[in-house]
Design a binder for this molecule. Structure first.
Ligand code: NAD
Ligand code: TYD
Length: 339
């Protein structure tokens, strides 16, 4: 029997990287191709443990480069495309939106075109709950798959644009697709520009933690391993053309998240520093995951077990994040924050 070929775009990043590890281990009978252009957010050291494993392959390419991507698809004839590659940080999209259009919009269209030309079995587009915009603080309101798209940041607008292109390729050309919209992830190999890894790394270095505005904005947190199992399920069992929201009902204010980390590491809350608010800062995200639950998915981590696992991972893997924060990241941080 020929092995199924699975293309994972953005597999050198945070979630794509965890998904590559998950797939290589779970499906030795699949060939897993990690395609990534290794931007500041991509790093291959996380795959040292699998780089000599027979069913893992790496391709260095920019998803927006049509002349490179089409021949790659013609050559490998992938069965599945699981599309993670993106510019993913809201703050960077506020200071430099252009690259978000290049990768998230144009890059997705190039992959859709290549997938249509070779006739893939399924294109899974990994999107975000941020395409729905923001909710108010009414704890009974949730994003469902029917919530209209109302993105607010250049990042979420670029992701919403890519979602619409995926739906257009399904309607126009009959490309088999699913779109997943997950809430905020956390876990191993999370780049330390995002709230949770930024807080852990700064607390461990006894540095102040910048909280935007009053810290009351709410995010719905999901451990990255649970996101991986959800995508695995959608890839194999998702109904063609459907959107699936992914979340585990773990809503926390930013201040609650930061205080939990500070307390767990035995440090003082005086490290918390309130700074200027993010422009257009979305108030609250919260996912109704019942459609995916009907497909048989259940998260395995609560926020409490997941954050404990994650903090321990950062304690055990200091060399990984120290190498990041000592590089180009330092000038990013100084430009972004005045603390
Ligand atoms: P990340 O920034 O950690 O990783 C992105 C990866 O894509 C990097 O390895 C980078 O090198 C690669 N990449 C960027 N531009 C590329 C290009 N033009 N060509 C090829 N590769 C390119 O992102 P992440 O947090 O792992 O997010 C992955 C996906 O999941 C994104 O599509 C994001 O929108 C979505 N998502 C993220 C979250 C979250 O909380 N992080 C939540 C829901 C959905
Ligand atoms: P982030 O991790 O950037 O994810 P997203 O913006 O995609 O939700 O931010 C999570 C929340 O934390 C968001 O409300 C912004 C806030 N935040 C801070 O208060 N301080 C920070 O330094 C960062 C990076 C985020």
């Amino acid at each position: 029997m020929t092995k199924k070929k699975v293309l994972v775009t953005g597999g050198a990043g945070f979630i794509g990287g965890n998904f590559v590890q998950y797939m290589v281990e779970k499906y030795p009978n699949y060939d897993i191709y990690n395609l990534d252009s290794l931007t500041y957010a991509g790093d291959l050291t996380k795959h040292r443990n699998i780089e000599t494993i027979e069913n893992y392959h790496f391709i260095n390419a920019d998803i927006a480069n049509h002349d490179v991507i089409i021949p790659i698809f013609e050559n490998y004839k992938f069965d599945y495309v699981i599309h993670f590659a993106a510019e993913s940080h809201v703050d960077r999209s506020i200071s430099d939106p252009g690259v978000f259009i290049h990768t998230n919009v144009l890059g997705t269209q190039v992959l859709l075109e290549a997938s249509r030309q070779v006739g893939v079995t399924k294109f899974v587009h990994v999107s975000t709950d941020e395409v729905y915009g923001e909710l108010d603080f009414d704890p009974t309101s949730y994003f469902t798959e029917d919530t209209p798209l109302q993105p607010n940041s250049p990042y979420s607008a670029s992701k919403a644009s890519s979602d619409l292109l995926v739906q257009a390729y399904h309607e126009t050309y009959g490309l088999p697709i699913n779109i997943t919209r997950c809430s905020n992830n956390y876990g191993p190999y999370h780049f330390p520009e995002k709230l949770i890894p930024l807080t852990i790394s700064r607390v461990l270095n006894n540095q102040n933690i910048p909280i935007y505005g009053d810290g009351k904005n709410v995010r719905d947190w999901l451990h990255v391993f649970d996101h991986c199992s959800a995508i695995d399920l959608v890839m194999h069992d998702g109904r063609n053309g459907e959107v699936y929201n992914i979340g585990g009902h773990n809503e926390k204010t930013n201040l609650e998240v930061v205080k939990t980390i500070v307390r767990s590491l035995g440090k003082s809350e005086s490290l918390i520093e309130f700074v200027k608010d993010r422009l257009g800062h979305d108030k609250r995200y919260a996912i109704d995951p019942s459609k995916l639950a009907q497909l048989g998915w259940k998260p395995t981590y609560t926020f409490e077990t997941g954050i404990a696992q994650t903090i321990q991972w950062y304690l055990d893997n200091k060399e990984w994040w120290e190498q990041i924060i000592s590089g180009e990241y330092q000038s990013y941080f100084e430009k972004q924050y005045s603390i």
